[in-house]
Structure formats: structure tokens, C-alpha cells
Design a protein around this ligand. Structure first.
Ligand code: MN
Ligand code: MN
Length: 405
């Protein structure tokens, strides 16, 4: 009997975990699957396209064939948001079974697509460890700069605004469809969707969700024509269930699911993103054709781990990233070379005609703090330079002076 005790105990623990769908990882409680496991994913290597990965701060179903998650789930409450800076520590998710499952940060290089977080960096900013975890590549999807830096981000901002109004949230996010591949292994999705269940802060969440609970569901196109207004893409949970084949909120009574999954959010609330002018998109960002000589040279050196942006060295040696509107925005060359903090960016910069040789650095190092990806105000300096103020209030000079016009 003694020999069976550990077995019996682990069975009891497993029963506890599967009944309450609460997992304890590294001493932290992970409540992300309280409302159910949308695809019934399991940590079974035979299910390599629906493989359950439980991290401390979020849970996901990994799809090895796509090189991305099918869905990522997390719980968001006030205590998750703190003052920790983005770690920018993009890294392979080494909790996946073996290295041929891993996506590396540089696999997105030169593609024109951002590494778009599913569980946002800011949603896990109460500790350095929690934040670093959001930079695992299994939490990324190739998103167009406009989707990642505008539409998707504005909804993320709104989710945190809801926290400030006294709510907590259960969030599921993922992407589907295929319009291309990065590095031959990462699927570029056609759509990215999100489901947000909003509750007043409190206890016994599962019991409190009823037919009046507010749910926001969106389904956004992953292209450059996407409107930056996330409310344009409001839909129902039922619609996302149909598109993905998953069953969301399955732990709720069927009667409740039926009502809240078929309703489109009709709140008349607005947020500041609604008032921003939507940009006209001049040209779509696409994968560079291998026969395009100029495009080839732009992709030859790049360093990608400063933020979601993918920095690229241009044919004349300048360093740029693509903005949400598809324009090249030139930045200090150090972003293409190696990681230096943004402290001495006040210096004058120059674009030389010699292409820069990029040095490989470990991807774990925290990089520049200058990670605000949009909404910048460019200011003309007294000596004619053009700069914006980063999150730390430092001037960051850009070489594209037209931004100041
Ligand atoms: Mn993002
Ligand atoms: Mn459902």
C-alpha cells in the first residue's frame, strides 16, 4: 500500500487540478483555464499541434506545424500590472518538448512582420520574471505592424482601462488562417481574434458569471488595411468558435454559454483610441521577394530584439523598422548592430554607405527602453535634429527628419 501512496496522492492532485482548472506553477496560481480549455489541449507529444503549455502567467495550446500557439489564455487583475519595464528578452520557449519545436527570435527577421504578443508584456509587469515570460516566442504571432502597434494594442490598452474601473478579466487570444510562412516554419495568420470576459473584482469567479456578464469578442484581419478602431471588429464568441473549431467558456452552464456567446458587445463606452485619426496605408508590407536584389540587401543584417519591431539594415547601411503605416523609420544604427541602452542616443547620427555587420548577441539581454511603438510626437531640436521623447523622458533622435515636418 505504501508504494501506491505517491501515486494515489498525485491522482488526487490531478483530480483537484482538473476539477478546478487552477494550476500552480512555480508557486504561483495560474487561473487562465478556469473557464475551460478551448481545444482540450494536453501536454502529450503525440498531440503536437494542440500541445498544452502551462506557464506561470499564462497557458497556451502550441501548434508545432504552425510554429505558433492556437490560443493563449490568461487571467488579468490589478495586481498583474506594475511598473516593471518591458524585458524585451525574446527567447525560444524551451519548455516545449525539443529544439525542433522552438521558434527563435530571429526567425521573424526581415519579414516585415512584428512579433505580436498574445499575452501582452504590460499585463505581466508586476515582476521581472513575469514580464520575461511574455517574451517567449510561443506567445508571439506574426502580426502586421499596423495590427500589432495600433488595433491590437488599443484593445490591450482598453483591457487595462477596464482594470482601473474595478474589473478583472479572463482573456483568450489567438490567430488562424495562413497567408505565408516565415523562415519556412512560422505561419503568418490571416486573422487574429480575442475573447475577453469581464467581471467586477471579486471571488468565486466561475459562480459569478451569468447571462449578464459582459464579453468582448473581436476578429481582426492581419493586414495593412485593418482599421485602427478595434470596435470595427466586434463579433460573437459563437463566430470565433465556428472559425476556430474550439469551445470557449465550456466550464460555464450551457444556458449561460448560449446567451453570452451569441451576444455582440454593445457597450456604448469609448476610449481614447476612437478619437485618433486613422492612418492611410500607402502600401502593404509583404515578404520580400528573393529575386528582388534591393530587398535582399535590406534583409542581410538585422537585430531584432529591442521590442516588437524588427530592425533591418537598408541597402545603404541605415537602420530602420517599418512603422504601422508601412513606412521605413530610420533609427540609430545601434538598433541594427547590438544592444545598447538608449542613454546616448542624443548624439548626432549618420547613415554611412558601408553595410553594418551585425553581431550575434544572446537574445535574453534587456535592450533599449525606447519601446513605445506609436503615438509619438516628433519634435524639432534646436540644432535641426528630429526627436521624440521615450518612456524615460529622454530625447531619441531619428534620422528621418521628415517626421518633424
Ligand atoms: Mn503587441
Ligand atoms: Mn462555448
Amino acid at each position: 500500500m505504501k508504494t501506491f501512496l505517491p501515486f494515489v496522492l498525485s491522482l488526487a492532485f490531478f483530480a483537484f487540478v482538473s476539477t478546478f482548472s487552477i494550476t500552480i506553477v512555480n508557486g504561483q496560481i495560474n487561473e487562465s483555464l478556469l473557464l475551460g480549455n478551448p481545444s482540450d489541449a494536453k501536454s502529450d507529444t503525440k498531440k503536437q499541434d494542440d500541445y498544452l503549455v502551462i506557464h506561470s502567467g499564462y497557458t497556451l495550446s502550441y501548434n508545432k506545424s504552425r510554429g505558433t500557439a492556437n490560443w493563449v489564455a490568461w487571467h488579468l487583475s490589478k495586481s498583474d500590472v506594475g511598473t516593471v519595464d518591458r524585458s524585451n528578452a525574446f527567447a525560444p520557449d524551451q519548455t516545449l518538448p525539443s529544439s525542433d519545436w522552438w521558434i527563435k527570435p530571429n526567425d521573424y527577421s526581415g519579414s516585415g512582420y512584428d512579433r505580436g504578443h498574445m499575452c501582452p508584456s504590460k499585463d505581466r509587469s508586476s515582476s521581472t520574471e513575469a514580464n520575461r515570460e511574455t517574451f517567449l516566442m510561443s506567445n508571439m504571432q506574426p502580426q502586421t505592424p499596423k495590427l500589432n502597434q495600433k488595433t491590437w494594442k488599443y484593445l490591450e490598452d482598453y483591457e487595462r482601462e477596464l482594470l482601473r474601473k474595478g474589473n478583472e478579466e479572463y482573456i483568450f487570444a489567438g490567430c488562424y488562417g495562413e497567408k505565408g510562412r516565415l523562415a519556412g516554419k512560422i505561419t503568418v495568420p490571416t486573422n487574429c481574434w480575442k475573447i475577453i470576459v469581464i467581471l467586477e473584482e471579486g471571488e468565486n469567479d466561475l459562480k459569478r458569471i451569468d447571462k449578464t456578464t459582459r464579453v468582448i469578442a473581436v476578429n481582426m484581419p492581419n493586414d495593412e488595411t485593418v482599421s485602427q478602431r478595434w470596435r470595427t471588429y466586434l463579433t460573437t464568441v459563437d463566430d470565433i468558435e465556428e472559425k476556430t473549431g474550439y469551445d470557449f467558456l465550456s466550464k460555464l452552464p450551457k444556458k449561460v454559454q448560449k446567451i453570452i456567446e451569441s451576444a455582440k458587445d454593445s457597450s456604448s463606452e469609448t476610449d481614447s483610441s476612437e478619437n485618433k485619426v486613422d492612418e492611410v496605408i500607402p502600401s502593404p508590407v509583404t515578404n520580400k521577394s528573393p529575386t528582388d536584389k534591393k530587398a535582399n540587401s535590406t534583409a542581410e543584417t538585422r537585430k531584432t530584439n529591442s521590442d516588437d519591431r524588427v530592425y533591418q539594415t537598408g541597402s545603404r547601411g541605415g537602420c530602420y523598422y517599418l512603422t504601422a503605416s508601412g513606412k521605413k523609420s530610420y533609427v540609430d544604427k545601434k538598433f541594427c548592430e547590438n544592444a545598447v541602452s538608449a542613454t546616448d542616443t542624443d548624439k548626432k547620427e549618420e547613415i554611412k554607405t558601408v553595410p553594418t555587420q551585425s553581431k550575434e548577441l544572446p537574445d535574453e539581454k534587456p535592450k533599449d527602453k525606447n519601446s513605445k511603438s506609436d503615438g509619438r510626437t516628433y519634435i524639432k531640436g534646436s540644432r535641426g535634429g528630429c526627436y521624440y521623447l521615450n518612456d524615460n523622458g529622454k530625447k531619441v533622435y531619428v534620422s528621418d527628419k521628415t517626421l518633424c515636418q
